[in-house]
Design a protein around this ligand. Structure first.
Ligand SMILES: [Zn+2]
Length: 285
């Protein structure tokens, strides 16, 4: 009925993803550019990846958006300086969902009968697990009372900044990966029961692989965040910021990292790491 890769399915995918993007923009979760990104990524994933892919992507997006609403004012005060607050723009959506969209394109090219299909699916899920782990760690970890420490040196670091970890944040990143694993596993069972009348329990390993992939992505994210990701200092306000043009508009000085490596670049690399980790872990299990 709903065959991925057909023009009708692609059209339906872009339409549905466009509507979700529009709703997210109206709710303040995405900028207009972010809504365009959501439509591009969602359209490719719905249209070429099929139902399980689509449900997993939507769950990732809805889960992250709901968590970002937790702790409103307190979180805005902490994340306000850090370039992560506010609705997500085009580059942010591509940094988180770009690998997922590329895997959908790859499946569209080789077809679902290809021996590469399971690998692309694992990479798709692993990249979302990493993006979800990072989102959950940021959104939940920042609410923890614990003072974050740099993952590299163990030094205390201000809350909300990249490279800092807390126990709560690390647990949240495992949970973010597990959430993607559970969503995928449950959707696969539902799809299998509907089409063949049988369970498809051999995919249980997703419940282990995806938390691992998400956690690994988060660790990579934190290591890059503590080393190469740019960090600026505003002397007049005596604050650190990850934006080269902070809201105060004062000139800022680079005190850590490389000027072109921002949070988006690090997120993209972390989602690639999650994708690779999912494939690696599946070879070991
Ligand atoms: Zn300033």
């Amino acid at each position: 009925m709903l065959t991925p890769g057909t023009p009708a399915m692609l059209a339906a995918g872009f339409l549905l993803a466009g509507l979700i993007g529009l709703a997210a923009w109206r709710m303040g979760a995405l900028t207009p550019g972010g809504a365009l990104g959501a439509m591009l990524i969602g359209g490719l994933v719905f249209g070429l990846g099929g139902l399980t892919w689509a449900v997993t992507l939507v769950s990732f997006f809805v889960g992250g958006s709901l968590l970002s609403r937790l702790g409103g004012a307190q979180k805005a005060a902490i994340l306000g300086d850090v370039e992560k607050a506010g609705p997500r723009d085009l580059v942010q959506t591509l940094a988180n969902g770009g690998v997922a969209a590329l895997m959908a394109l790859a499946v569209g090219l080789v077809g679902r009968e290809s021996p590469c299909y399971p690998c692309f699916t694992l990479a798709f899920l692993g990249s979302l697990a990493a993006a979800s782990a990072d989102t959950w760690a940021t959104e939940l970890g920042v609410l923890s009372k614990q003072q974050p420490r740099l993952i590299t040196t163990g030094e205390e670091t201000p809350r909300g900044f990249s490279g800092g970890v807390t126990r709560a944040g690390l647990l949240a990143s495992l949970a973010g990966g597990l959430f993607i694993g559970l969503t995928a596993f449950i959707t696969i069972q539902a799809a299998s029961l509907l089409t063949t009348g049988q369970w498809f329990l051999q995919d249980w390993f997703l419940l282990i692989i995806l938390p691992v992939a998400g956690f690994a992505g988060s660790i990579i994210d934190s290591i890059l965040g503590a080393t190469v990701q740019r960090l600026y200092y505003c002397e007049r306000c005596n604050t650190f910021t990850e934006s080269s043009t902070p809201p105060c508009r004062h000139p800022v000085r680079l005190v850590r990292g490389v000027s072109w490596v921002n949070n988006d670049a690090v997120n993209f690399i972390a989602s690639c790491a999650g994708a690779s980790m999912a494939i690696l872990a599946s070879l070991l299990l």
